[in-house]
Design a protein around this ligand. Structure first.
Ligand SMILES: [Zn+2]
Ligand SMILES: [Zn+2]
Length: 87
């Protein structure tokens, strides 16, 4: 479990523009979605996947799966018709 560094940890003064980070938020703002990535196995991304925990699909910024090869990849519209379950 990682916790982002907070400015207050560096001795910064907490001012109006700095609000405490609530790590329990179920869904991150859109601006954060692009920053969410994981380092799961290429064919991994199970319950322990950071992306899945945040309630988002994996994306190209994910280290191993690149949002394409894992169980948490976003469904491709062009593949909906030929959805296969080859396990
Ligand atoms: Zn993952
Ligand atoms: Zn993934």
């Amino acid at each position: 479990m990682r916790r982002p560094l907070q400015p207050t940890d560096w001795g910064w003064k907490l001012e109006d523009i700095l609000t405490p980070v609530n790590t329990d938020r179920p869904i991150a703002p859109d601006t954060l979605l692009n920053m969410i990535s994981c380092g799961c196995k290429a064919d991994g991304c199970g319950l322990s996947c950071g992306c899945r925990k945040m309630g988002v699909h994996c994306s190209a910024v994910c280290t191993k799966c690149t949002g394409q090869t894992c169980n948490n990849a976003a469904p491709m519209p062009s593949l909906l018709d030929t959805k296969r379950e080859a396990e």
